[in-house]
Write a protein that binds this ligand. Sequence first.
Ligand code: AMP
Length: 215
Amino acid sequence: MRLVLLGAPGAGKGTQAKKLIEMVGIPQISTGDLLRAAVSEGTALGIEAKSFMDKGELVPDSVVLGMMKERLQDEDCKKGFILDGFPRNTAQAEALDAMLEELGMPLDSALSVEVPLEDLMKRLTGRRTCKECGQMYNVHFSAPATDDACDKCSGELYQRDDDQEATIQKRLEVYTQQTAPLIDYYSGKGILKTVSGTGNIDEIFANVTTTLGIS
Ligand code: AMP
């Protein structure tokens, strides 16, 4: 399966991607996670990316495309992949198509996880992630048993720097202007599928697998 996950920040793409990789055993490639790793390692790429991320803006295409070109050539991508948070605009989508054509592995589907814009702010401000295992929580909807520790591994929970209200507003604007047009882009290519991202995580996942024809 070669899949792009589309959806606004906070739509639950990462959560659904994690459940999918457990089921189908292919890598999840999240440009946000790759960029955050580069930021915490303090690499040149990370230092460049951080100023854009902190403002809620997109990191320049040249940075992201270079990173993705390398990642897609890794051995583990030969059996398929789930792209989470990439592409984020039409130029990236076109560049991705060209890269995958060159590698002889075109996309099968683009799955859009749809959540009303008014629900996203609460989801994003409430989001917490485990530093150790990456498990995600939401203090409003799926709170951990103890405030700052992961239920699974007792790791410390943190809030992403860009999950602050002012930055979230900007990220949602960037999504509407630059990323939402990809829904039409993939629809035009005949590979778009949509699923509601509202409700219980397991119910959403059941809809995801049915929609993708893998349940
Ligand atoms: P995410 O974890 O996907 O919400 O991404 C967090 C931030 O990383 C975004 O707000 C952007 O600043 C940056 N980012 C992630 N993916 C991309 C991408 N494909 N293109 C440009 N910037 C990105």
